[in-house]
Design a protein. Sequence first.
Length: 346
Amino acid sequence: MTKNGLTYADAGVDIDAGNTLVERIKPAAKRTARPGVMAGLGGFGALFDLKGAGYSDPVLVAATDGVGTKLRIAIDTGNVDTIGIDLVAMCVNDLVCQGAEPLFFLDYFATGKLELDAATRIIEGIAAGCTASGCALIGGETAEMPGMYEAGDFDLAGFAVGAMERGAELPAEVAEGDVLLGLASDGVHSNGYSLVRRVVEVSGLSWGDDAPFADGPLGAALLAPTRLYVKQALAAVRAGGVHALAHITGGGLTENLPRVLPEGMSAEIDLGAWDLPPVFRWLAETGGMAEAELLKTFNAGIGMVVCVAADRAEVLQDLLTQEGETVHVLGRVTAGSGVSYTGALL
């Protein structure tokens, strides 16, 4: 006699759904394949051949990140198609600041109940981010955890590994007089969203209302994905003259630029070198935000700063422009500490 006892499905975990998801996303993962990939999804681990990727004496670089409470907007609006691009960008944009080429990416996706269609859209977004940055999606974890997440909620984490030839690490040779080139952002990217959501609450608007600073709904405008700077930045590095790269994430220009400057050196930034994008002006005005708060919370329109030798600045500005970047000459490296500002954004 067979006893009809409890099953894992009765506890809220559907193993069959997880297996179906893996089958659904295999084509997306396959599209991200690059030299060095040795095995597809489904194993206990993922293999990567550094020699196959063209490296002779490589140094590995690793980065991990998430997208913060931007997820809340994606969940509340149901617009989950690009949040995976954000996840990849937050990791690979950090890797390239070390001088590394991103090689492969793994994701962690946790939810209370696996919704196949939404999960597929999320992971296809991750694959799109990987393709755009030249790295392979070679593994991940989908965790269905009833009781840990409310209905419809999920969390994401990303893990990227890159490499460079030994001796090519950045930052290197940063010196007084170096020119700071700012690459424009595509909006808020993936930092400061707890404050963004508070400002929206103060404004009285809902995610479906028209955005005051852009065409279309507010929620969609605030979900504009983080810009991927990888291929453009690597082209500049390979051209020569790049001394440092700073990904402008949480902490803004104020906190992130000093991370790539040697002791005794400062970044002098002209706030009149670029126009503050409308989304940041709206956030600042609606929230009654001081300029200093804006600059240390958000990217304020500059998503990546490239520190270059003065005699290479014009050539690299032209190269980055040809690569599709909007480039602003922000200022120079000087003696001192931290970041000093001239002019005004607001």
